[in-house]
Design a protein around this ligand. Structure first.
Ligand SMILES: NC(=O)c1ccc[n+]([C@@H]2O[C@H](COP(=O)([O-])OP(=O)(O)OC[C@H]3O[C@@H](n4cnc5c(N)ncnc54)[C@H](OP(=O)(O)O)[C@@H]3O)[C@@H](O)[C@H]2O)c1
Length: 253
């Protein structure tokens, strides 16, 4: 059994890789920081290998598929992603585009390439990592929230298309998780985070049960519920207040 885990050099992806390995999978670890991926290999119970790739580059996604298209991949975890924090009018365009290419286009491309092969074999699991952000707009992280809405909507549509087949697609929508995410986005937590290990355990368990949506923890469950009840403008105000709280004291927001 083989699994590809993107964004496996830290956080949720690293924990998912370890859990899948314990379940007997040989893991293909994907990310940019080779030294961190190399360091994870000895910790994998059932072995694995490293594929260094910047998934914001279309060719890197295609190269990953070319390298493993004949490997009968059983599980694809599209976890790589990051956030950009700040006013839309002020954040760096190149950083925004890099985020969208990773969170949206990279995930889209890998799902598109690996799914048909899984359907031909009539078996496989795809786990797409979105966020609670997928359920609302997110002032001060507008593009990130929108990118995660794409992941959720795309995955929901696909799940309907493949219903009845042996292939299952799941989406993980966590609230705050203690990873490198905030360091990369340049902010600090506004709410108490869950551990990456806990989130990964819940996500893997539900993926293998064939559950479409995973909302780990009470905060995520309630927030998703409120997103169904509250008007968009109120939700937007709430997420604005949360994002504003994340900013360091000397910020201009
Ligand atoms: N932490 C949270 O609060 C939270 C909440 C909801 C959703 N999420 C989502 O969870 C996923 C994992 O994030 P995390 O929280 O575990 O953060 P993290 O610790 O920063 O991990 C992000 C992973 O993505 C990889 N990555 C980023 N850009 C990449 C690129 N261009 N090409 C290949 N790999 C790339 C990073 O590896 P390299 O830097 O080595 O490339 C790293 O392994 C993300 O999709 C994130 O949006 C996080």
């Amino acid at each position: 059994m083989k699994a590809i885990v993107t964004g496996a050099s830290s956080g949720i992806g690293k924990e998912i890789a370890k859990i899948l390995s314990e379940k007997g999978y040989y893991i293909i670890l994907v990310a940019r920081r080779k030294e961190l991926l190399d360091a994870l290999i000895p910790k994998l119970k059932n072995g694995g290998e490293v594929f260094v790739a910047d998934l914001s580059k279309e060719n890197a996604c295609k190269d990953l598929y070319e390298a493993y298209k004949d490997a009968d991949i059983d599980v694809l975890v599209n976890n790589a992603g990051f956030g950009v924090h700040g006013k839309f009018s002020e954040t760096d365009l190149e950083r925004d585009l890099s985020m969208l290419k990773t969170n949206v286009l990279g995930l889209h491309t890998l799902t598109k390439l690996f799914l048909p092969d899984m359907l031909k074999r009539n078996k496989g699991y795809i786990l797409n990592v979105a966020s609670l952000a997928a359920f609302m707009s997110g002032p001060l992280m507008s593009a990130y929230y929108a990118s995660k809405a794409y992941v959720l909507r795309l995955s929901r549509g696909i799940s309907k298309e493949i219903k009845g087949s042996g292939v299952k697609i799941s989406v993980l929508c966590p609230g705050p998780v203690d990873t490198e995410f905030n360091k990369v986005a340049g902010v600090k937590f506004a709410l108490k985070p869950l551990s990456a290990k806990k989130v990964a355990h819940i996500a893997v368990k539900r993926m293998f049960k064939g559950k479409f949506l995973t909302l780990p923890g009470i905060t995520a469950k309630f927030s998703a519920l409120f997103s169904k009840i509250l008007p968009d403008c109120i939700l937007s105000e709430c997420s604005y207040l949360i994002q504003k709280k994340k900013v360091k004291k000397n910020s201009k927001f």
